[in-house]
Design a protein around this ligand. Structure first.
Ligand SMILES: Nc1ncnc2c1ncn2[C@@H]1O[C@H](COP(=O)(O)OP(=O)(O)O)[C@@H](O)[C@H]1O
Ligand SMILES: [Mg+2]
Length: 247
């Protein structure tokens, strides 16, 4: 089982859009896939029309009151299951702290489904937190979408420093560009600069209205616009990510 989290310190950078599309594409490649929505805003769950089965499911999972397997639901798509978010996810830092749980708690919980899935995608809330530390530890790869602006350079450095300070292992951090507008000089310059770092995938996600339309269709782009440029770009990026992480 390979655990990939979609993370960035910043919000609104395309974590959820990428998580939803990567999970769909992995499943359509034939991999048994689980998407765990750990962002209390529940956007991934919204795109997949998934409501949690029980109240405060996420908190109960973390407190060992609900088995991870019992919170899993199927989606409309073959090979793709989901653990939907609920508002209790906003208290996870307190839950994890109160239980004096180490950064390894989430990783232990995921062991219960180790044999059931090839890929687990975690949709993360932004920020540094006890939850983020748990997600980083549990992840084989932390996939970080980066909008190529100068402000993102600073965020990127903050995340890299955090990984170094916390001994997380910088090898886990794999980045890609998101919401790219190649007509913008700044986007091109920042991309050329960051590509030198060798931590970025070559393929990227352009700024495209079909990605925004996922909210209208409640579906990943390939499911409602298979031949669209957005679907083609996500597929090319996913193929590169897949090769990168399975290598
Ligand atoms: N490649 C893209 N092109 C256009 N809009 C996008 C793209 N990726 C995401 N969006 C839109 O930007 C907003 C934030 O994206 P989202 O994936 O929810 O970010 P995050 O999870 O990092 O907060 C959403 O409204 C989403 O539809
Ligand atoms: Mg999100």
């Amino acid at each position: 089982m390979f655990v990939a989290s979609l993370y960035n310190l910043k919000g609104g950078v395309g974590k959820t859009a990428s998580c939803v599309n990567f999970a769909y594409m992995a499943a359509s490649d034939g991999f048994k896939t689980l998407l765990w929505d750990l962002d209390p805003q529940g956007a991934s769950s919204f795109y997949y029309n998934a409501q949690p089965k029980a109240k405060s499911s996420v908190k109960k999972i973390m407190e060992n009151e609900l088995a991870l397997g019992d919170a899993i639901m199927s989606t409309d798509y073959k090979n793709l299951d989901i653990i939907p978010a609920d508002l209790s996810a906003r208290k996870l830092d307190i839950v994890l702290d109160e239980n004096h749980a180490s950064k390894k708690h989430l990783s232990h919980l995921l062991k219960a489904v180790d044999d059931d899935y090839d890929f687990v995608f975690i949709d993360c809330p932004p920020g540094f937190s006890v939850l983020a530390d748990n997600i980083f530890f549990a992840s084989d790869a932390v996939l970080m979408p980066v909008i190529p602006t100068t402000l993102s350079l600073r965020t990127y450095d903050l995340v890299k420093n955090y990984f170094e300070d916390k001994n997380i292992g910088l090898d886990k951090l794999m980045c890609f560009f998101s919401m790219v507008d190649t007509r913008k000089k700044m986007h091109n310059e920042v991309m050329q600069d960051l590509y030198k770092d060798k931590r970025f995938f070559v393929y990227y996600v352009p700024y495209l209205s079909d990605v925004e339309k996922m909210g209208i269709h409640h579906a990943p782009v390939e499911a409602f616009a298979k031949s669209s440029y957005a679907a083609v770009c996500y597929r090319a990026l996913w193929n590169e990510v897949k090769e990168g992480v399975l290598a």
